[in-house]
Design a protein around this ligand. Structure first.
Ligand SMILES: [Zn+2]
Length: 369
């Protein structure tokens, strides 16, 4: 049973409004009415699709639909859509983290770490946010938000869609418990709200599961430029994990650009998200993929401080050294113009030719050894 079928069963006759994401339907919201504010994507994600109301902001998967619209409990909703209830280990872990929430109240000052106490709720909210932000990108202020990704960062519309990039039009500050998050406290003892920042959204997805959402705030908004949604996983983005050659970059949008331009070369890309990520901190399967690869091009940001005497001692250089040490087939391959691949693309350099030259260099270096 998918979300569209449930929605039609509830007496609505939605219109098909787009063919993106396996088809998009629009109709009135079962909760707040209207004409076409309720959007349904029956083929999005793994099972049963998803929905989102632009007005009252309800949204989620097929289970959440049963809960929001039909007011079912979680077990009833699972039964209705023919899905098994999560096993006892899930319940146990939820119970355990709930117990630790109590400690948060008791000793707020000692608790710095973010924790997700209700993974199902966090997931449903994150999924809805991805739906909302991708919708925004393709429907509002395209000249500003979409164009920045395509004209300024070099991404094709297909790449933007595939990566589910989106935009938050305004800042929003929900209470942590509405996201299934344990509270964090400010110095004055008040609860810190979750920050959903205005700007581009860069989600990391695995199937229909959201691993993290990163916000990239516009330059005019000041620092921080990038921030993670609380509760996000810190793991790195890996594109083409079974490739025989990899490029390692820092920035995720750079990584998408390299993967797009290098797609005919079948090159794999790892975007660290930060130059300070150490090779040893990667997930074991990522380390294994790199270990088994033939060539690795290290292209961490070339951005030394102006007064640096030792150009290799800044973060990008230091980080690169750690990679070169760990993987004998790794080769440092810096942009030939600008400080990163996007600046190089902006300067008119062919990223594909740059990749080909890098691999050639790595082959020669290997032969010489
Ligand atoms: Zn609504």
């Amino acid at each position: 049973m998918n979300v569209l079928e449930l929605y039609q069963d509830d007496g609505f006759q939605p219109r098909r409004v787009a063919s993106t994401n396996g088809g998009e339907w629009a109709g009135p919201c079962p909760l707040c009415g209207g004409g076409d504010r309720f959007l349904v994507w029956p083929n999005r994600g793994k099972e049963g699709g998803s929905y989102w109301c632009r007005q009252c902001n309800i949204g989620g998967d097929v289970i959440q639909y049963c809960r929001d619209v039909r007011k079912m409990s979680f077990p009833e909703a699972c039964l209705r859509v023919g899905r098994e209830l999560p096993g006892p280990s899930y319940r146990r872990s939820v119970k355990k983290t709930q117990a630790s929430t109590m400690q948060y109240h008791a000793t707020p000052a000692l608790q710095q770490e973010t924790s997700v106490v209700d993974p199902g709720l966090w997931q449903a909210r994150a999924r809805t946010l991805v739906d909302e932000t991708t919708y925004n990108l393709w429907h509002y202020q395209q000249d500003r938000w979409l164009k920045w990704l395509t004209s300024h960062r070099g991404l094709h519309e297909e790449t933007v869609k595939e990566a589910s990039l989106g935009v938050m039009l305004l800042d929003r500050w929900p209470e942590p418990q509405t996201w299934g998050l344990a509270p964090e406290f400010k110095e004055d003892g008040r609860v810190k709200r979750v920050w959903l920042a205005q700007g581009h959204t860069i989600p990391l997805l695995e199937g229909s599961e959201v691993l993290r959402i990163k916000f990239r705030r516009p330059k005019s908004a000041g620092d921080p430029r990038y921030l993670f949604l609380r509760g996000s996983s810190p793991q790195v983005r890996v594109i083409n994990p079974h490739s025989l050659s990899f490029v390692i970059v820092e920035n995720e949008l750079d990584g998408l650009l390299v993967a797009q331009e290098g797609s005919s070369l079948g090159i794999g890309v790892i975007a660290l998200g930060s130059a300070s990520v150490k090779p040893g901190s990667l997930a074991p399967e990522v380390q294994a993929a790199l270990k088994n690869s033939s060539y690795i091009l290290i292209s961490l940001d070339f951005d030394p401080p102006k007064d640096a005497e030792d150009k290799d001692a800044w973060a990008g250089g230091k980080a690169a050294r750690a990679w070169l040490k760990k993987f004998p087939q790794a080769h440092r391959w810096l942009p030939v113009k600008g400080k990163d691949v996007t600046e190089m693309w902006q300067a008119g350099v062919s990223i594909k030719a740059w990749l080909e030259a890098g691999i050639e260099r790595a082959i020669k270096a290997k032969e010489a050894k």
